[in-house]
Design a binder for this molecule. Structure first.
Ligand code: PLP
Ligand code: COI
Length: 347
């Protein structure tokens, strides 16, 4: 295997050594299989192929300063997968099985776990897919649960750098009372076209508004939104955004810093009032926004409004402080007073 340049990792699908699998059929999960074969055979009628019966999780494992290996808040991911699987009517591994397969994936791919000191980590991608061949729109208790991993660096190519976002006025992500708060593949499918257009126009992120009235901020295509106003950390309360574990963590970190935390609807006009704003999530960690343009039609040139957060492109002090605290805990440089790190025994 060619040596990995840990400092230049991006965020890509990666062929590691093994994949960890289990198949739920006839009312039970099969024994966990560790395989070097990365391809599944699926019936063309499988539920996931037609009806998008597919959901996933994303979490990171870190080689810490003292040499231990920590997974960040996996209990939260196990619980969120359960909630998503219920929504799709799928069987779901319990917390114990979820932990076991994530740990097994790390143990079997140790050569891909970035060493301490490179701002890189191992991303774990648990995937749950409906594999029963079927035409009817009804759930069926059969699924494959797989955990794969990839060594990752920065999602956008550079850590703690600011990027531009755009509100794609003529595209929505999630319907009111729809699937927006679940981590299902279909919520991402609808972002591919607007992302392509936005990227061609030089924007990095899409900021979606609530689709019912387009008056409030929902979230980015890949991550949650937060804004900083004086001593306040403000983040949207909405039924159609993913309950982000990073956002939840940052709210606790902000409170630890003595900041006020407000989780409430954020009217679009209020974007003008934030001194700093950014995206947060497992993949993007904290990614500050330099500005967000609001376009009525993404394909056209017209920009209705521009909200600027970081004059001169300088990353703000609060984003920097939050980023340093969360990554400091993840890499074991700062004390984990909340007990967020789950240590993998024997590594
Ligand atoms: N929102 C969306 C749409 C996401 O895909 C993600 C990523 O998982 C998040 C928010 C952030 O969630 P988390 O912090 O749990 O990774
Ligand atoms: C994550 O942050 O874990 C995600 O799943 C987001 C995805 C766009 C990479």
């Amino acid at each position: 295997m060619a040596a990995i340049d840990w400092d230049s990792l991006g965020f890509d699908a990666y062929r590691t050594r093994t994949l960890i699998l289990s198949h739920y059929v006839n009312g039970e999960w099969s024994p966990i299989k560790v395989t070097e074969d990365f391809f599944f055979t699926l019936d063309p009628f499988a539920q996931m192929n037609h009806y998008a019966i597919s959901c996933f999780e994303g979490l990171k494992a870190f080689r810490q300063k003292d040499g231990r290996v920590a997974i960040f808040r996996p209990d939260q991911n196990a619980a969120r997968l359960q909630r998503t699987a219920d929504y799709l009517g799928m069987p779901c591994p319990d917390k114990e099985m979820f932990f076991k397969m994530c740990e097994e994936c790390i143990r079997n791919n140790m050569e891909f776990l970035p060493p301490y000191g490179h701002k890189a980590s191992m991303y774990l991608r648990p995937l749950l897919i409906g594999v029963h061949p079927q035409m009817q729109l009804v759930p069926y208790p059969e699924a494959i649960f797989a955990v794969m991993c990839a060594p990752v660096g920065s999602y956008y190519g550079e850590h703690l750098k600011s990027f531009a976002g755009v509100v794609p006025g003529n595209y929505d992500r999630a319907a009111p009372k729809g699937s927006g708060s679940y981590k299902i593949g279909a919520n991402y499918a609808c972002t591919f076209k607007p992302y392509k257009i936005a990227h061609e126009q030089g924007y990095t992120e899409l900021l979606y508004l609530n689709s019912a009235t387009r008056e409030y901020v929902d979230e980015f295509g890949s991550s949650n939104f937060f804004g900083i106003k004086g001593n306040k950390y403000v983040t949207p309360l909405s039924d159609s955004v993913l309950p982000s574990i990073t956002n939840k963590t940052l709210q606790e970190v902000a409170a630890d810093f003595g900041m006020e935390v407000e989780k409430r609807p954020i009217p679009v006009d209020e974007l003008d009032e934030f001194e700093e704003a950014g995206a947060c999530g497992t993949a993007v960690v904290i990614t500050p926004m330099s500005h967000i343009d609001m376009k009525p039609v993404l394909e056209e040139d017209k920009v209705d409004r521009t909200f600027r957060f970081m004059p001169d492109g300088v990353v703000g002090p609060v984003c920097t402080k939050l980023y340093n605290r969360i990554t400091g805990i993840q890499f074991g440089e700062l004390e984990d007073t909340h007990g967020w790190c789950h240590y993998v025994e024997g590594l």
